[in-house]
Design a protein around this ligand. Structure first.
Ligand code: NAI
Ligand code: MG
Length: 339
């Protein structure tokens, strides 16, 4: 029996978290969900954004499935998502971007993976007002954090038989910070002679990705560019409703979708749970439950490719609940057959 922390989060979080936990349960992998919550909803009830129970549960279970948590824009508290990644040194933000048959997009057959450094860069959140009308933010880049994320990207490429790693930066302008990341990436790349290495400046990378995304395989980059490129890549394969992610450290991992709390559709039963369901499949892989993870991916493909029961973002009219029920039906139909 796996004990796993489930953090529903804000906005559409509870809707997609319920869907994802149900789909995982339907695989038959024995999971005891320990539900704890953080974010706006908890703040209103308890006056605490992250109750101690969340930290205790994470530290006990070391594996979590997490819905999105709202972060106020321009004022108010710092991102809880960023805080958790820092507190537990979840330095790899892994985001696979894969085309799903049945979703009409300008590109077919995309299969790339983003490795985003998850603990430093401008996300340190160190800002100050120097004088009225003038503010500054600190961008922190270290050789240590750059080296470990680039190593993760190359190790993954080597393990998965991938051909190329692309480091994304703006070292032409940020010569010391991004320059350090780029120098480190170049140095690390030399230990992997079988894998092609290239570097691309981030603005050009955006243009390349929206015109020739199939040229990319594994992308490794710093925190802010990784955040932006993830949403861009989500757009290439059908939107934020389908792209999963994981925050992985040396002894803990929190699985969550790329998307946020989607306040525009929250509480309406319209959210696409696929992104968190596929994050759940990544979690099962992390736990060594590869057969169950494959079953979930197959059920996702079957459900979307058949096109009969789809959420609004994919062009259908189904509710989150109906879509999830269809996915579970497809998943159960796989039982007994080789997944
Ligand atoms: P968002 O990702 O929540 O939404 C962007 C757009 O995509 C919206 O139109 C939304 O309806 C749509 N969308 C997102 N997920 C969807 C899904 N599963 N199904 C169907 N449509 C979906 O980004 P936004 O609006 O910029 O951020 C909202 C809040 O989420 C902010 O407070 C932000 O800080 C937070 N956020 C939290 C994250 C996390 O917890 N890891 C990650 C990203 C944002
Ligand atoms: Mg983001």
């Amino acid at each position: 029996m796996y004990k796993i922390t489930l953090i529903p989060g804000d906005g559409i979080g509870p809707e997609v978290a319920q869907a994802a936990s149900r789909v995982i349960d339907a695989t038959g992998v024995p999971v005891e969900w320990e539900m704890v919550n953080a974010g706006e909803a908890v703040w209103e009830q308890t006056g605490s954004l992250v109750p101690d129970a969340v930290f205790q549960s994470l530290e006990r279970n070391r594996v979590a499935l997490k819905g999105p948590i709202t972060t106020p824009v321009g004022k108010g508290f710092r991102s809880i998502n960023v805080m958790l990644r820092n507190k537990y040194d979840l330095y790899t933000n892994l985001r696979p971007v894969i085309s799903i048959p049945g979703i009409i997009t300008p590109f077919k057959g995309l299969d790339l993976v983003i490795f985003r450094e998850n603990t430093e860069d401008l996300y340190c959140g160190i800002e100050k007002v120097i004088e009225p009308g003038k503010a500054e933010a600190l961008k922190i880049i270290t050789e240590h954090a750059s080296e470990r994320i680039v190593r993760r990207a190359f190790d993954y490429a080597a393990r998965q038989g991938r051909k190329k790693v692309t480091a994304v930066h703006k070292a032409n302008i940020l010569k010391l910070t991004d320059g350090l990341f780029l120098d480190t990436a170049r140095r690390v790349s030399q230990a992997y002679p079988g894998i092609e290495f290239e570097d691309v400046i981030v603005d050009n990378m955006c243009m390349q990705l929206v015109t020739k995304p199939d040229r990319y395989d594994v992308i490794v980059t710093m925190n802010l560019y990784g955040d932006i490129l993830s949403d861009l890549c989500a757009g290439l394969v059908g939107g934020l409703g389908i792209v999963p992610g994981a925050n992985i450290g040396d002894s803990m991992a929190i699985f969550e979708a790329v998307h946020g709390s989607a306040p525009d559709i929250a509480g309406k039963g319209m959210a696409n749970p696929t992104a968190l369901i596929l994050s759940g499949a990544m979690m099962l892989d992390y736990l060594g439950e590869h057969t169950a993870a494959c079953k979930i991916r197959k059920a996702v493909m079957m459900t979307i490719e058949s096109g009969t029961v789809l959420t609004g973002d994919l062009g259908g009219h189904a509710t989150t609940a109906a879509f999830t029920a269809e996915m579970i039906r497809n998943l159960l139909s796989l039982s007994g057959e080789e997944a």
